[in-house]
Design a protein around this ligand. Sequence first.
Ligand SMILES: *Cc1c(COP(=O)(O)O)cnc(C)c1O
Length: 401
Amino acid sequence: MSDDTHDWTSAGFSTRAIHAGSDPDPTTGAVVPPIYQVSTYKQDGVGGLRNGYEYSRSGNPTRTALEEALAAVEGGSRAFAFSSGLAAEDTLLRAALRPGDHVVVPDDAYGGTYRLVARVFGPWGVDHTPVDLSDVDVVAAAIEPGRTKMVWVETPTNPLLGVSDIAALAALARAAGAVLVVDNTFATPYLQQPLALGADAVVHSTTKYIGGHSDVVGGAVVVGDGAQLPVGLEGPTGTASLADAVAFHQNASGAVAGPFDAWLTLRGLKTLAVRMDRHCSNAMAVARFLREHSAVTQVIYPGLEDHPGHAIASTQMSGFGGMVSFRVGSREKALDVCARTKVFLLAESLGGIESLVEHPGQMTHASVAGSALEVPDDLVRLSVGIEDVADLVADLGQALA
Ligand SMILES: *Cc1c(COP(=O)(O)O)cnc(C)c1O
């Protein structure tokens, strides 16, 4: 039998996305990993596992293919695939935090992340402080020495597209003995590499750009090479390795990605680079169109020079992504725009090939109304898809007319 294994670590981004973890199947030569729709594996004598597979919560070859590809594209040492982005976050938080610990979170975090930290981990004794993560001094002031064990970063944020300086925040977290986590869902590993900038772990809702086709819910944790648990914490396997702790918790609580979901997500990941190029160019064209439109009072897109995070985004990202938010002066006008678009479908979620429009105040961010995370009620959020840009611009034009 030929040896089809190859080390892809020094290959370019798209080559890694397509080939890492996807060596041709040793039995048939299939060029895509099969969907191993199986729960258990025959052992060659008691404990005689073939390639370590024993039971599919602990490991499944289709999931392994996805996890190896995710580690390769983020430049991490290990990746873990989950049944949703929030399941990935939940597992990482449990692996790295204990009652009495404190977390610094963005004051415009993804609503579900905030709900998890505040309303699930809060009652279990983990405190949090929401701050403006784009202001390094504010983050430094919020860190409580000896008690803050994690700084949670989202950049760009949802839906206000705030940008924060990952390298500066990583240095702050490291000095405090805390771990720095970056939710890289909006930027994707194609546009932003948080581990190379000093983050300890990256989380994804792979439901969004990585899956990319609005047909699967999933999540991931990717751990940086040599990343450690917060200072002073010994993990469940007796080491300080963050990856070992996440691996233990993934198996212990079991919110793993199923084989078909892993396969769909891997299929999406392979085309991430070409999709992101088109998302970025379409979003830039849409942002420029909206900026010139008389019915629009503000356009928020990190690719525009007047965006407060433009300078940092330009150095930290290789493109500005596919999310554009804008304001139209009143809640009624915002709801009108959402009701009138035809190409942009009115729906939650983001990152798929089709364009979506939504009203964060009443949809994705309804759960944070009245909190520090409340968003303006005249805000409209777009997930700009990869359709023909002329059709997207024309659709927004008629909806705003
Ligand atoms: C959607 C999303 C999540 C949650 O992921 P699910 O797959 O919906 O559980 C977390 N962070 C960001 C930035 C998201 O957009």
